[in-house]
Design a protein around this ligand. Structure first.
Ligand code: FPP
Length: 273
């Protein structure tokens, strides 16, 4: 199995190395001089496209079309802010069960996005990646991901990961399955296999754990997204439908994140005088 770029680094080390992003605005509302939590990885559940359209008497696909415009705005803003990694839940493994016309419409929007954003992604040194059961996607889309792979040696400023045909349980299951096969073939020793080894091969952990998970659409659940990487993520729920989510909403989510105290199961440090 491929080795991720976090090879040899524990979650603690990865967190320790984090620097804050460059959100330009002065930080609001912090009460203490404690350092603000750094932010390296934002994951977003883009919910509410269908309702956005239905509320306007439009076909659901129009909500997804507006949703794709919101994707462009939010990616641009995250890049401006210096967020190293953004993961978007664009199509779940369960979404295949939707009417075939909606699935086909979503695939068309995705293909359009990969085609029209190519220059913007390259210019801004954004590395595009996919996680999920990508082999289920139309071949044209799989090919576009291959073509958009950055040249070896090029360093990205941001990694944009699209979760496609993705489910957190499925990802953990598929990874475990592959590891069991390796163990059976004698290529892996279960006894010396560690949690860090598992994280190195789990595709959604390639860019480290999620710091902030945002969900739009006025629902408060995780819906099988990034189950492992979001173990200690701060959660931010927006009542807005995804097509209405703007750059300012992203800024607000980050501002609120920075007021949080992250303890990772420990107790708060003693205040310094
Ligand atoms: C959930 O809303 C959203 C989706 C299933 C698809 C998300 C797709 C996009 C934002 C556009 C295409 C993506 C890219 C990357 C260009 P929903 O349909 O479940 O909304 P509802 O809960 O209101 O029905």
């Amino acid at each position: 199995m491929g080795q991720g770029e976090n090879e040899g680094r524990s979650e603690e080390e990865m967190r320790g190395e984090r620097q804050g992003s460059t959100l330009e605005e002065p930080e609001l509302g912090r009460q203490s001089s404690a350092p603000e939590p750094a932010i390296r990885h934002i994951a977003i559940i883009m919910d509410g496209n269908g309702r956005w359209a239905e509320e306007r008497g439009l076909p659901r696909i129009e909500g997804h079309r507006e949703g794709a415009k919101a994707v462009r705005k939010v990616v641009r803003r995250a890049r401006e802010l210096g967020i190293p990694s953004l993961t978007l839940f664009a199509f779940s493994e369960q979404n295949w069960e939707r009417p075939s016309s909606e699935v086909a419409g979503l695939m068309t929007l995705l293909e359009e996005f990969l085609r029209t954003e190519e220059d913007e992604l390259r210019k801004n040194r954004i590395q595009l990646r996919a996680i999920g059961r990508v082999h289920r996607l139309p071949p044209l889309i799989q090919k576009r991901f291959d073509e958009l792979e950055m040249a070896e040696g090029e360093t990205p400023e941001m990694v944009l990961t699209l979760a496609l045909s993705y489910g957190g349980k499925e990802e953990i299951f598929d990874t475990t399955h592959a590891l069991l096969e390796m163990a059976r073939a004698g290529a892996l020793k279960p006894r010396s296999f560690t949690i860090e080894d598992f994280e190195r091969v789990l595709p959604s952990m390639r860019n480290g754990p999620v710091d902030l998970m945002i969900r739009t659409g006025n629902e408060q659940r995780i819906s099988n997204f990034m189950l492992w990487g979001a173990a200690y993520a701060e959660l931010y729920f927006s009542p807005k439908r995804w097509p209405d989510f703007t750059e300012l909403d992203l800024d607000e989510a980050i501002r609120q994140y920075r007021r949080r105290e992250r303890r990772f199961g420990r107790i708060a440090p003693e205040p310094t005088t």
